[in-house]
Design a protein around this ligand. Structure first.
Ligand SMILES: N[C@@H](CCC(=O)N[C@@H](CS)C(=O)NCC(=O)O)C(=O)O
Length: 239
């Protein structure tokens, strides 16, 4: 196992919490730098000094005391890197090849498909509030039309898909009968950004919790995961 210095740049209420959770699960030593969103819910400009796009998470790695860091962005990529480089015991890796491949799929899917739909619904939901006065009604109607015509059916198609995927896994996790990186990466779009977020639930219709019993049971299971509880406590203490 390589002995490197690792710094996780963590922004509040963000996708970065999954990386913290994964580092905790694998007991990888790391330093944490915390950032708070501004009043417009944007990341502070300091993050742009680490990576030009200024988004969180960012993982800063100093290989063997080297002063020139490797900078990693994109949650799925960061999580793959951690699993490949800091997991000699293969913790969280499912036994079957099929489930191992499923984990890789979800590491792309969470950000590549699901998250984009949720962000689009959020942005469209904001349209009527942010449109200039006089354009609010028309702006809101256009946004609603786009949501109803495209993004809501997409959201439901994805929720149906995830519900069915869970029904095929006897343990109730997304890839096998125990926690894997698939559950960790899906925790943000599915739990934090949708089912635990009242405004997001209202955008899709708040009856979805009862409509998706497998997802509901999965959420109950993952919030009790000791690694996530540890990550939550670390943040509570440091923020
Ligand atoms: N696809 C990227 C998205 C990163 C991203 O957009 N992060 C959000 C937090 S959830 C952010 O940093 N937002 C700050 C901003 O919008 O200013 C990933 O998976 O890491």
């Amino acid at each position: 196992m390589t002995q490197e210095k690792i710094i996780l740049h963590w922004l509040n209420f963000s996708r970065a919490h999954r990386v913290l959770w994964l580092l905790e699960e694998l007991e990888v030593p790391y330093e944490l730098k915390l950032y708070e969103r501004d009043e417009d819910y944007r990341a502070p400009p300091q993050l742009k000094k680490i990576h030009q796009l200024g988004r969180s998470p960012i993982l800063e790695i100093y290989p063997d005391g080297n002063e020139d860091p490797i900078i990693l962005a994109e949650t799925g990529y960061i999580m793959s890197y951690i699993l490949e480089n800091y997991n000699p015991k293969g913790k969280l890796v499912p036994e079957s090849k099929r489930n191992q491949e499923l984990v890789k799929y979800y590491l792309y899917y969470a950000e590549g498909t699901l998250q984009g739909i949720l962000v689009s619904l959020y942005v469209l939901g904001e349209t009527s509030k942010r449109a200039p006065w006089g354009g609010r009604t028309i702006g809101g109607l256009v946004a609603k039309g786009i949501s109803k015509g495209y993004y809501l059916p997409e959201a439901f198609s994805n929720l149906d898909f995830l519900e069915e995927q869970l029904s095929k896994q006897p343990g109730g996790y997304f890839a096998g009968d125990k926690l894997s990186a698939a559950d960790i990466i899906l925790s943000f779009p599915l739990n934090d950004d949708l089912f635990s977020n009242r405004a997001a639930m209202n955008r899709v219709g708040s009856d979805i919790s009862s409509k998706y019993p497998n997802i509901k049971a999965w959420r109950k299971r993952i919030v009790k995961e000791p690694g996530l509880i540890r990550a939550n406590e670390i943040i509570k203490k440091d923020l």
